[in-house]
Design a protein around this ligand. Structure first.
Ligand SMILES: [Zn+2]
Length: 442
C-alpha cells in the first residue's frame, strides 16, 4: 500500500519532534516495567550522538545489601552458593550444615520438585537463624526464582517469582572492510546478534557471497538489565543493511495474534517464498549459463542451474514449501529431488549422496527442511549440488530470479503496523544521517 504523501510528511514531522526531544536531553531510561503488555514497543529515544549507549548504561556500582545490612550480633546467616557440576541439594545441604529432614520438608512444598534437579550455574541463597533454615532461594536464571520460606514449625511454603528485565535500546553501525563478523566484533556487536542480522536479511543478501568492502549495517536492539546489571540481549527491533549500494531495511513487528516477524517499512515480509541458495556456506563452482561451452566436448551445452561446491554430506535444504514430485535416481543425475511449489515453481537438486529421512515422492516439505546431502552421484567430478529453478517450466538463474514474497502484514493491520514500527525506522534514518555526517566531517 502507498501511504499518502501528506501522511508521510506528517509522520516525518512527528518523528523530527521526537528526535528533537531526544536531542534536548529528554532521554527516558526504560523502567523496570512489570505491568506493560508483552508486545509494547520500547519508547526510548536516542541522544543526539552515538553516546546513546553510554547514556543507557546502568549505574556502575551496586552495593551488596545482604552484607552491609547485617548487624554484628545477629545469629542469622546468609550464604550464597553457585551450583557446580555434580552438585545436588543433598551435598549442598550437608556442606552448609543443614539436615536431610529440612531438605525433605522443602521438597514437599508446591514447587519442591525443582530441587530434585538443580542446574549447574544456578544460584542458591540460604538464610538461617541459629542453624535453622529460614529461607532458601533457588535461581535457575537471572529472571526466575523459587523462594522457600519457613513456616516456623519445620514446614515450608514455596513461591515462584518472575522478574521483568529493564530494556534499554542501543544501536551499532559498522562499515565492512573484509568480514561481516570481524567488522561486527570491532564495533562491539556480539556474534549472536550478527548471526541474527544475517538471518533477517538472508533472503536478499547471501552473507558469504554477496558481501563487499564498503557494505554497511545498522542495528537497533534491546539490552536487558536486572537491578542495573546486564543480563543479556533482547530483540533486534530494526536493522538496515547496505549491500553493494542497495539498502535493505527490516523492522520487527508483533502482530495482533502475538507472533513477531520482520518486515520492510511497507509491511512486506523480509522472507521470500524461496531461499536464495539451498546450501549454506558453499561456493559456486559453476554458474548459470545458457551459452556455456562444455569443458570436454567444446560444444554449447547450456548450464541450466548453479553448482554449489560443498563437502560431501553437507545438508541440502528445500528452497521453499512444496511437495516432493520425484525423489529418484538416474545415471546422469545420480540421486535427485524435484520439488513442486504451487503451480508456477519447481526446484531440482542433483547428485545427492543420499536422501534425508522421509523424503519420498508425494511428501510435503517446508522451506529450510533438509531434503538430502551433498554428494557426487551421477555425472559429477566432485561433491557438489546442481540446483535448478524453474518458473512456468522455464529455467531461470536462481541467483538473480525475482523471488515471490512471503505473506505481508495484512491490509487491515497496516495502520497498527505503521504506528508501532515507525519510531524505529526513524531511529534508523537518524543513525544513518549521523553516520553520513561523521564520515563527511572526517
Ligand atoms: Zn551443474
Amino acid at each position: 500500500m502507498q501511504i499518502p504523501l501528506l501522511h508521510r510528511r506528517l509522520a516525518t514531522l512527528v518523528g523530527l519532534c521526537l528526535l528533537l526531544l531526544a536531542a534536548s536531553g529528554f532521554i527516558p531510561k526504560s523502567p523496570t516495567d512489570t505491568g506493560s503488555p508483552a508486545d509494547a514497543e520500547p519508547t526510548l529515544a536516542p541522544g543526539p550522538s552515538s553516546s546513546v549507549e553510554s547514556l543507557l548504561q546502568p549505574a556502575a556500582e551496586t552495593t551488596n545489601l545482604a552484607e552491609t545490612a547485617e548487624p554484628a550480633i545477629d545469629r542469622s546467616k546468609r550464604h550464597r552458593a553457585t551450583v557446580k557440576n555434580g552438585d545436588n541439594m543433598a551435598t549442598i545441604f550437608a556442606s552448609h550444615g543443614f539436615s536431610a529432614r529440612t531438605l525433605h520438608a522443602l521438597t514437599q512444598t508446591e514447587h519442591g520438585r525443582v530441587l530434585d534437579d538443580i542446574f549447574p550455574g544456578a544460584e542458591l541463597i540460604l538464610e538461617s537463624n541459629e542453624q535453622l533454615l529460614t529461607s532458601l532461594t533457588y535461581q535457575p536464571g537471572p529472571l526466575e526464582s523459587v523462594v522457600f520460606t519457613s513456616t516456623g514449625e519445620g514446614g515450608f511454603t514455596s513461591e515462584e517469582r518472575f522478574a521483568e528485565p529493564a530494556k534499554a535500546l542501543t544501536y551499532k553501525h559498522g562499515i565492512i572492510d573484509n568480514s561481516l563478523f570481524l567488522t561486527s566484533q570491532s564495533v562491539g556487536l556480539p556474534d549472536n546478534l550478527t548471526m541474527r542480522i544475517a538471518q533477517i536479511f538472508q533472503w536478499d543478501i547471501d552473507c558469504v557471497l554477496d558481501i563487499r568492502p564498503g557494505d554497511e549495517f545498522f542495528a537497533l536492539y534491546e539490552e536487558h538489565y536486572l537491578d542495573d546489571e546486564f543480563i543479556g540481549y533482547g530483540d533486534i527491533l530494526a536493522a538496515r543493511f547496505v549491500n553493494q549500494g542497495r539498502a535493505y531495511t527490516a523492522v520487527r513487528y508483533t502482530n495482533e495474534t502475538g507472533s513477531a516477524d520482520y518486515f520492510d517499512s511497507e509491511g512486506l515480509s523480509m522472507r521470500k517464498a524461496f531461499l536464495r541458495a539451498p546450501v549454506e556456506f558453499s561456493r559456486i563452482s559453476s554458474s548459470f549459463n545458457l551459452r556455456r561451452k562444455h569443458p570436454l566436448y567444446k560444444t554449447v551445452t547450456p548450464h541450466r542451474g548453479i553448482d554449489y561446491a560443498a563437502p560431501r554430506g553437507t545438508p541440502i535444504l528445500a528452497a521453499g514449501d512444496g511437495k516432493v514430485e520425484q525423489a529418484s535416481r538416474t545415471k546422469a543425475n545420480g540421486n535427485y529431488v524435484v520439488i513442486k511449489h504451487g503451480e508456477q515453481f519447481v526446484t531440482k537438486y542433483l547428485h545427492l549422496s543420499k536422501f534425508a529421512r522421509n523424503i519420498k515422492t508425494g511428501k510435503r516439505v517446508k522451506q529450510g527442511q533438509t531434503i538430502g546431502y551433498v554428494g557426487a552421484t551421477g555425472y559429477a567430478t566432485g561433491p557438489h549440488l546442481h540446483y535448478e529453478f524453474l518458473v512456468n517450466g522455464v529455467h531461470q538463474n536462481p541467483r538473480t530470479v525475482k523471488l515471490p514474497q512471503a505473506q505481508p502484514v495484512p491490509q487491515r493491520e497496516i495502520a497498527r503496523f505503521q504506528k508501532r514500527t515507525f519510531t524505529n525506522i526513524l531511529l534508523l534514518d537518524h543513525f544513518r544521517d549521523q553516520a553520513a555526517l561523521a564520515s563527511a566531517s572526517r
